[in-house]
Write a protein of this length. Structure first.
Length: 414
């Protein structure tokens, strides 16, 4: 069915002229991950109709992009930087990304290691297309972002999940990754800091994964889009560990760090040989990004922007507000994340599934949160709450959640 505004639209009779056949790939890019957004789309529709719905179900920060970035993009527009750009990114932007990566990892990194894509999601898709074959297996700890299975499936590879149990603060056991390796294993996919849990992998955990990659000659795809939004824990990029630069694809973006979700600027840092394949893929897919957008991205990476630090401090304040207000409520437990812009809430003690809890919370209190079940079995019975709106709105949302939690308890008691 066609999709408009995130909502599935039924076919009209004029479309039903024949039963057409679609690629089997359409099955691989659908499934639970695509269905995870049903409650969010329902909330968006209610809001469009004028209902006072609070959306905590999506990771789009409410901050404005810093003015200096906007000014640079506008200057690029006015100066005529609207023609074809380099296929894998403006040279100045690739150089700026390389310098940032070198500072993070200590590696000698140049623009030849960098490919710019239309957001981190596109970069992950490109990595899968250029690394994986039909029948390959990719090991990934879950909970994981809901699109991982789809972009891997599009390549023909199979996702092998390794649990990161709540009892272990959503950290995996490296021995479980080792046990999952077999003759079909081609890569390991990590996300640190993690979406949805906010868990930050330790140096020891990353060193254990690096040893597995080296021993079995595996690629490591490292999704680090939340690297700049760490609070109590330090981010370690596995690319900088011994023997990992030649087998790691680091993926990042400006979406979260600089409130640039709609700008669609993401990238990979990888061995130059892989960048050559990315050039071929981008030539037949994207043919580069807008030059004026890359002008703004260069400013984001080369200027000391006070707004960036202010945004991080505000997200931390929002986290503490939400965790404080949701503490000690009946039937739920709020988990304080070490990073990112989401809070996980365990609702298993309420007697409701995460989907039922989220659905009824929307129906009865007009608050939209994401059932975390789609992120993987380790997240069953949890909700993901976004910290992407003001403290005043979050305070109202938490008050509504508290009313709902108490009402559920009262009904059970009765």
């Amino acid at each position: 069915m066609p999709v408009a505004g995130g909502r599935v639209q039924p076919f009209t009779d004029r479309w039903v002229t024949a039963i057409m056949r679609f690629s089997s790939r359409t099955e691989r890019i659908g499934g639970d991950g695509a269905r995870a957004w049903e409650i969010h789309y329902r909330a968006v529709e209610r809001r469009r109709q004028g209902d006072d719905v609070i959306l905590l179900s999506i990771g789009d920060p409410d901050f404005n992009t810093p003015p200096a970035i906007v000014d640079s993009a506008i200057a690029g527009l006015r100066s005529g930087n609207t023609h074809y750009n380099d296929v894998v990114g403006d040279p100045d932007l690739r150089q700026a990304i390389a310098r940032q990566h070198a500072a993070l990892t200590g590696l000698d990194t140049g623009p030849e290691h960098v490919a710019v894509f239309s957001g981190a999601q596109n970069a992950l898709f490109a990595a899968a297309m250029c690394l994986l074959d039909e029948g390959d297996e990719v090991i990934a700890p879950e909970p994981m972002y809901v699109t991982y299975e789809a972009f891997l499936g599009a390549s023909g590879a199979r996702l092998v999940r390794v649990p990161s149990p709540r009892a272990n603060a959503f950290h995996f056991d490296p021995a479980a990754i080792q046990a999952a390796v077999n003759g079909n294993t081609r890569a390991i996919l990590l996300n640190t800091p993690n979406n949805p849990t906010g868990a930050v992998l330790t140096r020891g955990e990353l060193e254990a994964v690096a040893a597995i990659c080296r021993a079995h000659d595996l690629w490591l795809i490292s999704d680090e889009v939340y690297a700049s939004l760490t609070f109590e824990a330090d981010h370690v990029s596995p690319c900088g560990l011994p023997g990992m630069a030649e087998r790691t694809i680091t993926v990042s973006s400006l979406s979260k760090s600089h409130a640039m979700t709609g700008w669609r600027v993401g990238w990979t840092v990888s061995p130059p040989e892989l960048v050559g394949h990315f050039i071929n893929l981008a030539t037949c897919m994207l043919y580069g990004g807008p030059g004026f957008i890359h002008d703004g991205a260069v400013t984001a990476l080369t200027r000391d922007l006070p707004e960036v630090l202010a945004m991080k401090a505000e997200i931390l304040a929002r986290r503490d507000l939400v965790c404080g207000m949701l503490a000690n409520l009946p039937g739920l437990e709020c988990l304080r994340p070490d990073a990112g812009m989401f809070v996980m809430v365990d609702v298993r003690a309420s007697g409701l599934s995460a989907h039922d809890y989220a659905s009824r919370l929307l129906d009865e209190q007009a608050v939209s949160v994401l059932p975390a079940d789609a992120f993987g079995p380790s997240a069953l019975g949890h909700l993901r709450l976004g910290l992407c709106t003001s403290r005043a709105v979050l305070e109202e949302a938490c008050a509504r959640i508290a009313n709902f939690a108490k009402a559920i308890q009262s009904r059970h008691t009765a």
